[in-house]
Design a protein around this ligand. Structure first.
Ligand code: 5AD
Ligand code: SF4
Length: 577
């Protein structure tokens, strides 16, 4: 039997509780025992699921780095390994068993090895105990509300020499001042709220991530400003339902206000995930249309095109209401690319309801869709409803998939021949000469180019559609373009021209040259006269000569331009950045 210390067990029922929420600062003081342990050791994190989990990974990596661990991408080298699980669909549990098994070897090699299980699956009742019983080398089971305590909990494991379970099912805290090691240097995810209040009947999220809690607008904007200063090119604001952001703060803050405030930080690209259709207000549409740095790509999950099915899902809109919002968005932003999530085989789904989904997808003309077969999540209301036979779900899924492929292809085809600005993510894994990146409409574009363009915006002309990605050619290397701009700028700038003319004159002026030589000589004499009788005299003649040079009209003229020229050069440096 494994020795288990339970600090906090999850309780799925408690997840629906709504406690008062307090803003607190993270404890960034690493316990000494962990600092000692971390010396020369490595951590590894494997994340499944959505961007919320990715962001949790960045925060845990931040804590472990502060403790003194080094990150490794080689799981076999890890002294601490974290499996960050996802519970949204399928047999998430089955996936974890295989993954856990892989770490048996680490424990064998290194008795100090610690395996941590984190993420949404850990919120399920009893799962921690079950996993530790089967795999006694699991050191820590931690919930999504507990990531900020990872260092304290690891220290506790070392001290107690027991496996620890610490999974809270709800949180009364919004933790700020979190450390983080971001996974990308050019694009960043920023949480704006945690949890979800919608309780769609198929969804486990409100039970694993708790009720909705919004971060304060000032904290979010400060984080975004820092990212802009650090040179990030793209921010994605994250929330399970971004459109209800701020309503719990009850001070008039809402998503439209937040979105404009973040757009004003000047981040070159801004996007957000995930939207809840009926809460996407006119004001939010207006903000999106107003700011050029907000992408014209919107993930707008419909889940089903049938009003009766939507009612069973407890989605708070009808087909007609969804279409009204989608049409309004398209009207304000004709170039918008809409993507969506669709579930097929939801309990009780009839053929007619399914056909409504197909017709809605066609009517909206999505640029791409994420399609899922309904998978019952324990503890959610839909898991107890009458299930659709798997063969029916699969057959519908294939029909939906074929329509979605057609819609995606049709959208991609409209891009052929046009030029798009692509934010380069880096060379493709298959061919280092090919760069990959996303256009502002969320589509993946590949083109030939040099690797140094990673993180740059590159104009690419789209030539071919490969349905889910596009192939294009670079219109021009933006760095070459910039260098040419600078040369042009410098050669045509009146001020810089005058400055360099004066410099030339100063260099060629015989009088200044003569004075310069005399000054060097006088400086030498001054140095040699230190402590001697004639020192005062030598000093006076040196200063007189220096004064004469400094007041020479040519030098005075040049100096008067100095500040303005410096400002120009800083501007040029910014162009080159
Ligand atoms: N079964 C299938 N798909 C689901 N999703 C959420 N829960 C389930 C489930 N139980 C899908 C929804 C959601 C996306 C993130 O995952 O479409 O928008
Ligand atoms: Fe789940 Fe619905 Fe909340 Fe999305 S809005 S996280 S689907 S409960």
């Amino acid at each position: 039997m494994a020795k288990i210390k339970i600090l906090q067990k999850p309780c799925q029922k408690d997840a629906a509780k709504r406690p008062a929420v307090e803003r607190v600062l993270a404890n960034r003081k690493t316990p000494e025992i962990l600092k000692e342990f971390a010396k020369g050791r490595y951590f590894y994190i494997r994340t499944y699921g959505c961007q919320g989990n990715v962001r949790d990974e960045e925060v845990m990596a931040g804590f472990l780095t502060e403790a003194g661990f080094t990150r490794t991408e080689d799981a076999s080298l890890a002294d601490v390994a974290i499996i960050n699980t996802c519970a949204v669909r399928e047999n998430a549990e089955d996936k974890i068993y295989g993954e856990i098994g892989n770490f048996k070897a680490n424990k064998k090699k290194n008795p100090d090895f610690m395996l941590v299980l984190a993420g949404c699956v850990m919120g399920e009742d009893g799962i921690g105990e079950k996993l530790i019983e089967t795999y006694p080398f699991i050191s820590l089971v931690i919930g999504t509300h507990d990531v900020a305590k990872i260092n304290d909990l690891l220290a506790e494991v070392i001290k107690e020499r027991k496996s620890i379970i610490n999974v809270h099912s709800f949180s009364s805290e919004i933790v700020e001042n979190l450390p983080s090691v971001r996974l990308d240097n050019n694009q960043a995810f920023v949480n704006i709220s945690y949890g979800c209040d919608k309780f769609c009947t198929y969804c486990i999220v409100p039970f694993t991530r708790g009720r909705e809690r919004s971060r304060h607008l000032d904290d979010i904007v400060a984080e975004c400003k820092k990212l802009v200063e650090e040179g990030y090119k793209q921010i994605t604001l994250l929330g399970q339902n971004v459109n209800s952001y701020g309503l719990d703060l009850k001070d008039g803050t809402d998503f439209a206000k937040l979105l404009s405030a973040v757009a004003e930080t000047g981040i070159p690209r801004l996007r957000f995930l995930t939207s809840y259709p009926s809460q996407f207000s006119d004001e939010m549409i207006d903000v999106m249309a107003k700011y050029e740095n907000i992408d014209h790509w919107l993930h707008f999950p419909v889940q089903s095109g049938s009003s009766s099915c939507l009612r069973r899902m407890a989605r708070r809109y009808t087909r007609e209401e969804y279409l009204e919002r989608a049409n309004k968005i398209k009207e304000k932003m004709p170039d918008i690319a809409l993507t969506t999530d669709i579930i097929v085989g939801f309990p009780g789904e009839t053929e007619e309801e399914f056909l409504d989904t197909l017709s809605l997808a066609k009517e909206v003309g999505y640029s791409s869709c994420f399609t899922f077969i309904y998978s019952p999540r324990p503890g959610t209301p839909a898991a107890n409803m009458e299930q659709v036979p798997p063969e029916v779900s699969h057959e519908r899924f294939n029909r939906l998939k074929s329509l979605v492929d057609d819609l995606t292809a049709a959208h991609s085809d409209t891009m052929i021949g046009n030029i798009y600005e692509v934010l380069v993510e880096g060379p493709s894994k298959r061919d280092p000469n090919v760069l990959s990146g996303y256009a502002r409409n969320g589509k993946l574009v590949n083109f030939n180019g040099p690797a140094y363009l990673t993180g740059c915006f590159v104009k690419v002309k789209v030539l071919e559609s490969h349905v889910y990605s596009l192939r294009g050619e670079m219109v021009e290397d933006p760095l070459v373009e910039k260098a040419r701009d600078v040369v042009f700028h410098m050669s045509h700038d009146r001020l810089l021209k005058e400055y360099s003319r004066l410099n030339g004159e100063i260099l060629n002026d015989p009088e200044i040259k003569d004075m310069g030589e005399r000054l060097a000589l006088s400086k030498k004499e001054l140095a040699l006269s230190m402590g001697k009788e004639d020192h005062k005299e030598k000093k006076a003649s040196y200063e007189e000569l220096l004064n004469k040079i400094q007041n020479h009209p040519l030098l005075l003229n040049r100096d008067s331009l100095h500040e303005a020229v410096e400002a120009e050069l800083l501007e040029i440096r910014d162009i080159l950045k």
